[in-house]
Write a protein that binds this ligand. Structure first.
Ligand code: TXA
Ligand code: MG
Length: 317
C-alpha cells in the first residue's frame, strides 16, 4: 500500500519527528556520513521487518546496527581488546565491525538473520547521532535504497527508490562526507578479515592493530555487499576509460574531464563523496552506456574501484 513520503529538511523538529516515528515502529530514511540509511528500532522485530519489506530485501541479508555510544555497543557484542582498539581509533566514523553477538543482547533476531555475529557501527554524521541520542536505542539501518540498487547519497535518490514505501526522509541537503558505504571488517580470534572495502583503509586498520588484514574471503558469502552485482546502475558500465564513445556518458577524474568530473583536482575523497550521485545522474542521462576514467588504486580509491567493478559486473551489459 502506498504511503505519503514526507521530506523534512534537517532540523530539531525533523529529528524529533524521526524519533517519534521510529519509537512507533516505523522506519525512516536518515543521512549518515557514508550513505542514507533506512533506520528502525533494532530491538523491535516488527519495525525491522518493515525495513526488509520497504527495500524488498531478501531476509537472509543481515543488517548493520548503529549505536550512539561504545557502552551501547558493548551491551550488544563482545569486544576483544583488538575490537576495542579499533573502536577507539575509528569511532565515530565509517568502520563497521562484525563481532560475536552477546547471548543477552537486546537486538531482535531478524536483524542478524540467524548469524552468531553482529555488524556494529558508531556513525559520525551529526544528524544520525542526534537521532540515536533522541531515540536512546540501537538503530538497524541498511542503505536506504530498494534491494539491488545503488546506495543513496541524496534525499532525492531515496525518494526515487523508496518514495511511497516509507513515511519520512530527513534531508541534510548536502552530499555525505564520505559517500561510500562503511568499511566492514570481521574481528575474529584468528585475525581481522576485510568484508567490504570502504573509507577506512586496510593500511589505517593495520597501523592501529599492528597486524595485517586478510582479504582472503572464506568462500562463503558473508556480506552480500561482496556479491559482485550488488551496486548496479541499469546501464552497461566500462572502467578505465580514457576516451568515451558518443553513446557513453563519460565520468572524468583529474586530467580526464569527461562529460562531468568526479574531481577535476584529482582528489579521491571528493570523487568518493560524489560517486553515487554521478552514477545516478549518468544512469538517468540520455546516453546508453556509462564510461568512467581511471581512478588510482590508493587510499579510498581502493573502495571507489571496488564499487565501480561491482557496478560494471551488475549492470545491464
Ligand atoms: O555505510 C554503511 O555501512 C551504510 C550506512 C547506512 O550505515 N549501511 C550499509 O548497510 O551499507 P547495508 O545493509 O547496505 O550493507 C551492510 C552489509 C551487508 O552486505 C550485510 O550482508 C553485511 O553488512 N552484514 C551485516 N551483518 C553481518 C554479519 N553479521 N556478518 C557479515 N556481514 C554482515
Ligand atoms: Mg546496501
Amino acid at each position: 500500500m502506498a504511503v505519503d513520503t514526507v521530506i523534512m529538511p534537517n532540523s530539531a523538529e525533523a529529528i524529533a519527528e524521526a524519533a517519534r516515528r521510529i519509537l512507533a515502529g516505523e522506519c525512516v530514511a536518515v543521512p549518515t556520513e557514508t550513505v542514507y540509511g533506512l533506520a528502525a528500532d533494532a530491538t523491535n522485530g516488527e519495525a525491522v521487518a518493515r525495513i526488509y519489506e520497504a527495500k524488498g530485501r531478501p531476509s537472509f541479508n543481515p543488517l548493520i546496527v548503529h549505536v550512539g555510544t561504545i557502552d551501547m555497543a558493548r551491551d550488544i557484542a563482545d569486544f576483544s581488546p583488538t575490537a576495542l582498539g579499533l573502536a577507539e581509533a575509528f569511532w565515530p566514523g565509517p568502520l563497521t565491525m562484525v563481532l560475536p553477538h552477546r547471548e543477552d543482547s537486546p537486538i531482535a533476531d531478524i536483524v542478524t538473520a540467524g548469524l552468531p555475529t553482529i555488524a556494529l557501527r558508531l556513525p559520525s554524521e551529526p544528524t544520525m547521532r542526534r537521532l540515536l541520542s533522541k531515540v536512546g536505542k540501537p538503530l538497524a539501518a541498511p542503505s536506504a535504497n530498494a534491494s539491488g540498487q545503488l546506495s543513496p547519497t541524496l534525499a532525492a535518490h531515496v525518494e526515487k527508490s523508496l518514495g511511497g514505501r516509507i513515511g519520512l526522509i530527513v534531508d541534510t541537503k548536502h552530499p555525505p562526507h564520505h559517500g561510500l558505504e562503511s568499511t566492514i571488517v570481521a574481528v575474529r580470534e584468528e585475525g581481522i578479515e576485510l568484508l567490504r572495502a570502504g573509507p577506512i583503509t586496510v593500511e589505517q586498520i593495520g597501523a592501529v592493530t599492528g597486524t595485517g588484514v586478510s582479504e582472503a574471503l572464506t568462500g562463503k558469502i558473508e556480506a552480500p555487499g561482496q556479491l559482485l552485482s550488488h551496486y548496479a546502475p541499469s546501464k552497461p558500465l566500462r572502467l578505465n576509460a580514457i576516451d568515451a564513445d558518443e553513446d557513453e556518458y563519460h565520468l572524468g577524474f583529474g586530467e580526464i574531464g569527461g562529460d562531468s568530473s568526479l574531481s577535476l583536482k584529482g582528489n579521491l575523497e571528493e570523487a568518493a563523496s560524489l560517486l553515487f550521485d554521478a552514477l545516478h545522474f549518468a544512469d538517468a542521462s540520455d546516453r546508453h552506456r556509462i564510461a568512467v576514467a581511471p581512478i588510482p588504486e590508493t587510499g579510498i580509491g581502493v573502495a571507489i574501484n571496488d564499487r565501480l567493478r561491482r557496478a560494471a559486473a551488475g549492470s545491464a551489459g
